[in-house]
Write a protein that binds this ligand. Structure first.
Ligand SMILES: Nc1ncnc2c1ncn2[C@@H]1O[C@H](COP(=O)(O)OP(=O)(O)OP(=O)(O)O)[C@@H](O)[C@H]1O
Length: 264
């Protein structure tokens, strides 16, 4: 379980002004939960994710994973970024095996695990290619395989499908759902897409901007597993209701505190 209490973080810009990126963020993410995070640009989603990853310090509050305080990056957490963040000079195989190599896993074992995951994400045959030789969707599959290779407890995803075309995004969503259904990781997934947030999440966290706070948490009571028939899920009345509710809330946030219609 991830426990975030009273998290606050400010940045001082080049011009000396201070931006409060996060203030008083309290959040619990259950083990094996798929949590999606939605909110206006600049509301602190990436800052929150990087704090959980141990990649950025914070000013106030506390983050714990199963009770242990987060002090920096750790083998229990993997991050998938929007811009793939692959090593451009390393092959697909070496990119996926990278984290295992850093952890001292021997060549034969790390390559075997990497090959198996490359197959899982549908890239068998591309092991010796460089990232620059792959499409955006393929690069993100490498990013996901790399993140899973170290067998993390927690997968932190920062708009991972934001840079790929709609069709590829759909395929990646289905693949991620089926990976999660199989491995039952705890996932925190940032997105700008309401549809994606509802399709993937057990709950959707809505963040408001400046300072970034949790405005609402919306449970997504749609049946699982969802990977098999995403289309019929999206045509269901409940899906439409939840998405409409999210849109109402987001619009309220933009137009300042209009009363909202609850679906719960
Ligand atoms: N390194 C930094 N230096 C100064 N300000 C920063 C830094 N990183 C983030 N910020 C500021 O903190 C706020 C939150 O940024 P963050 O990237 O977390 O938002 P976000 O919700 O992820 O945005 P987006 O949806 O556009 O990716 C923004 O106002 C941003 O300008």
């Amino acid at each position: 379980m991830i426990t975030i209490q009273g998290l606050g973080k400010s940045f001082v810009g080049q011009d000396g002004t201070t931006v409060q990126a996060l203030r008083g963020v309290d959040l619990e993410v259950a083990a094996n939960e798929f949590l999606t995070v939605l909110g206006p640009s600049g509301c602190g989603k990436t800052t929150l994710l990087k704090a959980v990853a141990g990649l950025t310090p914070w000013d106030t509050g506390d983050i714990r994973i199963d009770g242990a305080p987060v002090r920096g990056p750790g083998p229990d957490r993997s991050v998938v970024f929007q811009n793939f963040a692959l090593l451009p000079w390393a092959t697909v195989l070496d990119n996926v095996a990278f984290g295992l190599r850093m952890r001292g896993v021997g060549r034969a074992e790390r390559e075997e695990r990497a090959r198996s995951l490359i197959g899982t994400v549908g890239l068998a045959g591309f092991e010796s290619k460089l990232p620059g030789e792959l499409s955006g969707g393929m690069q993100q599959r490498v990013g996901i395989a790399r993140a899973l290779a170290v067998e993390p407890q927690v997968l932190l995803m920062d708009e991972p499908f934001g840079a790929v075309d709609e069709q590829t995004r759909r395929l990646l969503q289905e693949e991620l759902l089926s990976l999660w259904e199989e491995h039952r990781l705890t996932v925190v997934f940032i997105t700008h897409s309401m549809a994606e947030a509802v399709l993937l999440g057990d709950r959707v966290v809505l963040m408001s901007a400046r300072p970034g706070r949790i405005a609402d948490i919306v449970p997504v009571d749609l049946p699982r597993p969802r990977s098999g028939d995403v289309g019929s899920l999206e045509r269901s009345g409940r899906y439409t209701e939840i998405t409409a509710y999210l849109w109402d809330r987001l619009r309220d946030m933009h137009t300042e505190h209009r009363p909202s219609k609850a679906v719960r």
